[in-house]
Every structure is written in C-alpha cells, then in structure tokens.
Design a protein around this ligand. Structure first.
Ligand code: TGC
Ligand code: FAD
Length: 390
C-alpha cells in the first residue's frame, strides 16, 4: 500500500492560488474546524443556531461582505471570497448561507444600490456582525418568477407604505434589517426596512429537514410605513434584485464544492478503516471507481469555480456563466454527497458523520438562488436566443 494523496493534490489546485488566497482559505478553515465543526451536528439536530454570537465571530474573522470595498469591509478579491465560502460550506451549508445572505445579498444590495446615508448607517455594523441583514425577494406564490411579486409599496405624502408577504427568507427572524423588494408605480424597487418598524414581523419556518442550522422565516409587512429615504435609490426594476443574486450564486459555486469535499474526505477515510468481507472497503474496485469518479467531479467543479473567480475579478463574468457554475457544482455536489452516503452504509444516515447533513442541506442549495431548472433555462436562452421561461 502506498501513502494516499490528498484530494487537492490530484488536481494540484493550490498551484492556481496565490499565497494570500491560500492564507485566507486556511484561516477560515481553521476557524470553522475549531469553533463550528465540534457543534454543528448538535445545532443541526436541535435546529438551533447561535447566529448572533456566530455573526460576531465571523465579522471578527473578516468574512462578512469581505469582497466589498470600504465601510468596514475587507475589500478582498472575489476568488478569495469564494475560497472562504468553500471552507464555510465544508462545515455546513447553513453557515455559508448566513455569510452569503449577509454579505452578498443584504450588504451588497445596500453597497451597490444604496445612498451614502444607508451605507454609513448599516454596512460597518453588518461587516462586524453586530447587525444582521436579510433579503426578501421570494413570495409564497412567486419563487422562480419574482417578477410576479405582489408585495407593494405605495406613496403616502413623502412616506412609503409597504404591504405583502415574503417567504423562505434566510436570517429573517434574527435580522436587524431587511432589504425588501416591492412593486411600485415605477416598477420593482428595494427598501431598507429596520426590523423594529411597526407592522413588520418575521415568524420562523419550522420543521425543515434541510438547512436546519440556519434560520428561515416568513416576512410579513402590514402597513409598514417608511420615510422616503428608505428606498434604495440606485436599483430600478427587476435587475436590482437579480444583480444581487449573481453575487450569492457565485459564493455557492465554491461553497457546494466545500460540502462535496467534506463528504468525499469522510468517505475515503471511512472506506480505509471499514473492513467488509475481511478486507478494507477501500481495497475493492467498486469503491475505488466511486471515489475516482467523485474526485474527478470535485476537481472539475473546483477548477470551474476558480476560473469563474478569475473572470469575476477581471470584471467580465456574465450571469449565464454564473448560472453554469451554480447548475454544475450544486448538481455534482449533491450526487457526491449521496454516493458518499452509500460508502458509509448505515452509519451514513446518522449525524455522527457529516454526509447525510450535507446531502440534506444540498437539497435546499439545489433550490435556492435559482433552481437547477431556472439555470438550465438561463443557459438555454443564452445559447439559443429563445426565452423558454414562459
Ligand atoms: P428578465 O426579463 O430576464 O430580466 C429582468 C431584468 O433583469 C435583468 N437580469 C439580470 N440582471 C443582473 N443579473 C442577472 N442574473 C439578471 N437576470 C436578468 C435583465 O437584463 C432585465 O433587465 P432590464 O434592464 O432589461 O429590465 O426577467 P424574467 O422575469 O424573465 O426572469 C428571469 C429569471 C427566471 C432568470 C429570474 O427571474 C430568476 O433568476 N429567477 C430565479 C429567482 C431566484 O433565484 N431567487 C433567489 C432568491 S434569494 C435566495 O434564494 C437566497 S438563498 C440563501 C443563500 O443564498 O444562502
Ligand atoms: P417554484 O418556483 O414554485 O418551483 C417549483 C419547481 O418548478 C422547481 O423545480 C422549478 O425549477 C420548477 N420551475 C419553475 N419555473 C419553471 C419553468 N419556467 N420551467 C420549468 N420548470 C420550472 N428567497 C429569498 O428571497 N431570500 C432568501 O434569503 C431565501 N432563502 C432561502 C432559504 C431556504 C432554505 C430555501 C429552501 C429557500 C430560500 N429562498 C429565499 C427561496 C428560494 O429562492 C426559492 O425557493 C426558489 O427561488 C424557488 O422558488 P419556489 O420554492 O417557489 O419554487
């Protein structure tokens, strides 16, 4: 028997990264391994995440809005942000979701579309994890088709009055501020809604079998009165929220590979230790074929993520390229998680190992930030010129 290689050696992934990127990746990996990994199974089982405490620790680590410039944000590259997402999701998709929604959706929406006052008021506290944000786009009847939204904002003198319901909103019940997208006479506009505004409530959604270490909520807006200054001045139409989605989808392209890597490392280690029919499970050809096929998909997904990271850092990445990464990497990650589960046999269904937790989480990741079908249609439209959503 020879000494086994690590998964990253197979594709020599580190040769594509610079020293700073490797240092950021390793710092995030150490923090999640020391601080989160020992507890994540319990948090998942109890469906209880100490999100406020964790947000402050993640803020101190510098990962909240880490790819944004100024206002207390770290101003790192997109690739470095992606590598951080990979490590966060290697422990649990719910932790990456906390960071994605904070940095790529709520903070990005304000950073990209907000007034100077909105940025000064919210971004430094959000970067530090002292204020938590959520992003309300999806509604009970409009998920894949947010353009149909019914939540509305009407003028009353200088004020805006918002009514409607948002659904499946990550961080909703723990948020200090919600970025809410609503229909106005001037098309879809975004609003910065402090969570203590009268008429705003965020009941938590219970009984999830996926993303249990993540808070998911409904947002209810009943005559929520806001000053004129609450509107995001630079977002006009559906391109406002959809532009934010590109950011979060980008993080998922890396993140999904983190979950897959954690499953595959667990399965390889388990197969080496487990004896079946008097020898190591790792020594059977069928097991090796599974491991080889999964390692190939993992490496290809990581290469694609880094390539898209470089395009994003060059400012040239296009939405259909982000869709390509999200579609492929989440679809392959969930296949890897399910295949790894078979290698662990019955042990694979328990929370003693991370695999079933990742597999269940990836069901949500497959659906949120655009379902696989939506991304197929985005790519299909780009390649054929034909719109097939309607
Ligand atoms: P369509 O006519 O295609 O576009 C309307 C306007 O938006 C522009 N646009 C984009 N802009 C930036 N980035 C993108 N990715 C964009 N896609 C479209 C477009 O150019 C147009 O601009 P303009 O100026 O001409 O008005 O709109 P459509 O109604 O046909 O919809 C297209 C479709 C289906 C692709 C879109 O609705 C879509 O992406 N649906 C999926 C919805 C979705 O992904 N929701 C996610 C909610 S947030 C979430 O899930 C958080 S999960 C937690 C976590 O991340 O961890
Ligand atoms: P639907 O749109 O009803 O889709 C149902 C099925 O129909 C899917 O398979 C879909 O692919 C398919 N379908 C839809 N349209 C077509 C078509 N044209 N052709 C073929 N098939 C089609 N949203 C937020 O705004 N903010 C959040 O923070 C957030 N966090 C989330 C957290 C979790 C854990 C989950 C599960 C969801 C979250 N979402 C959030 C919502 C998420 O973005 C939506 O669930 C997603 O966009 C899909 O919408 P839907 O669930 O209504 O499914």
């Amino acid at each position: 028997m020879t000494t086994p290689q690590s998964l990253s050696e197979l594709f020599a992934i580190d040769t594509l990264l610079d020293a700073e990127e490797i240092a950021i990746r390793d710092t995030v990996r150490k923090m999640v391994d020391d601080r989160i990994r020992p507890h994540i199974g319990e948090w998942f089982e109890a469906a209880a995440l100490p999100a406020r405490e964790l947000a402050k620790e993640l803020g101190a680590l510098g990962v909240l809005g880490m790819h944004l410039e100024g206002y207390g944000c770290a101003g790192m590259s997109a690739t470095a942000y992606g590598l951080a997402c990979q490590e966060l999701e290697a422990v649990d998709s719910g932790i990456r979701s906390l960071v994605s929604v904070q940095g790529s959706l709520a903070m990005f929406a304000i950073h990209h579309n907000g007034s100077e006052e909105q940025k000064e008021e919210w971004l430094p506290r959000m970067a530090a994890g002292e204020a938590i944000g959520c992003f309300g786009l999806t509604e009970p009847d409009f998920g894949s088709n947010p353009g149909g939204m019914r939540t509305n904002a009407k003028r009353d003198g200088d004020d805006w009055v918002l009514n409607g319901t948002k659904m499946w909103i990550t961080n909703g019940s723990i948020a200090d501020v919600a970025v809410v997208w609503a229909r106005t006479d001037d098309g879809v506009r975004g609003f910065v809604v402090p969570a203590d505004t009268p008429g705003f409530s965020a009941p938590e959604i219970k009984n999830k079998m996926s993303l249990r270490a993540s808070v998911t909520s409904e947002l209810v807006l009943e005559d929520v009165r806001l000053p004129a200054s609450a509107m995001l001045p630079k977002a006009r139409g559906l391109s406002g929220p959809l532009g934010c989605l590109n950011e979060a989808r980008f993080g998922i392209i890396f993140g999904a590979m983190g979950a897959a890597r954690d499953c595959l490392e667990t399965a390889i280690s388990y197969a080496r230790d487990r004896k079946v029919f008097d020898k190591s499970l790792a020594a059977y050809q069928i097991t090796q074929a599974k491991i080889a096929d999964m390692a190939v998909e993992l490496g290809k997904g990581q290469l694609l993520a880094i390539h898209l990271g470089r395009l994003k850092d060059a400012g040239t990445v296009r939405p259909e390229q982000v869709s390509t990464g999200k579609l492929n990497n989440v679809r392959e990650a969930i296949k890897i998680a399910r295949e790894c589960r078979t290698i662990l046999g019955a042990n694979g269904i328990t929370l003693e190992y991370p695999v079933i937790r990742h597999a269940n989480n990836l069901e949500s990741v497959l659906t949120y930030e655009g379902t696989s079908e939506v991304h197929q249609l985005v790519i299909g439209r780009a390649l054929t010129g034909e719109e097939a959503f309607r």
